[in-house]
Design a protein around this ligand. Sequence first.
Ligand code: NDP
Ligand code: OXD
Length: 310
Amino acid sequence: MALVYISPWSDANLWRQQVARHLPGEELRVWPDVGDARAIDVALVWKPPHGALATLPNLKLIANLGAGVEHLMADPALPRHVPMTRLVHPLMTEQMSEYCALGVMMGLRRVAEYMASQRAGQWVAREADVAPPSQRAVGVLGLGELGGDTARKLAALGYQVHGWSRSPRDLPGIACHHGRDGLDAMLGACDAVVCLLPLTTATRGIIDRRFLGRLKPGAILVNAARGAHVVDDDLLAALDDGRVGFALLDVFYDEPLPAGHRYWSHPRVMITPHIAALTLPVMADVILANVKRLRAGQPLVDQVDPTRGY
Ligand code: NDP
Ligand code: OXD
């Protein structure tokens, strides 16, 4: 049997090296040069063209090379009976928590305003804005692999941390909420909100006018999940009138963010090009360990539940 690499986004040679290292003797083919498709039982994928997986009749594992699986879920021809795994790696989690803590701290410590003052040659102390972390509440949307760690690390920095999930969760030191009522209860308490939700039909467009209207005036938003979680016009309106004081945005409805989009130049916005947490070649060990499990007849880990969509 053979593996196939399907991604128009990253370098197949990198994965060839990783397969040679972690699965010596295994053959890696690169889409669309698959040869006899019946020989392929494992697909390593990142945003594969829709329909591609359906052409592989003997597939036994779809291993997603990133954490988010919404692109796979949107494939109308996705072979849903095939087990699907996604990337969960401590180095990805570390990157993400660092990024989200950075955004919260930049926003709450008014870094954008201080940088603007510096550029204008002005010495302006915004003392009225200062409050110690223990007097600031941060809400984390999503308490999974990434959100759970981010919440814990923000709590370790001294913030009052709230978290929101689909099902009830119990994380020491975090005020946990779930369901729609839980979200409404949490938002009004938060000085900053971090989005680390998967993109599903239930979470698409969740950061809309209603959501933003529930936040404290001047609240901070960090979105490192997916652009489509945000209704851009609603966020821009909230940024324009100061209801949202600062937004750090890593992900966008269209990527790259189109030239001329208002996020590029909005004084309350900092954008980054989808780099909050990157898949690094060193993470291949975890992804390919599932191929070893498959070959050994052992249970897979980090499986996606297609009925939940994440
Ligand atoms: P997980 O699947 O581990 O966690 C998802 C969390 O979201 C869970 O706590 C889940 O609740 C919660 N959730 C899902 N649906 C809902 C809902 N309808 N209402 C409330 N809570 C909900 O995902 P990860 O933490 O690994 O990743 C999160 C996302 O981060 C990815 O899907 C991806 O989009 C994004 N990402 C972005 C990167 C970047 O560089 N910008 C890099 C990596 C990931 P429950 O606990 O009940 O299941
Ligand atoms: C991911 C991402 O989901 O890079 O892994 O966004």
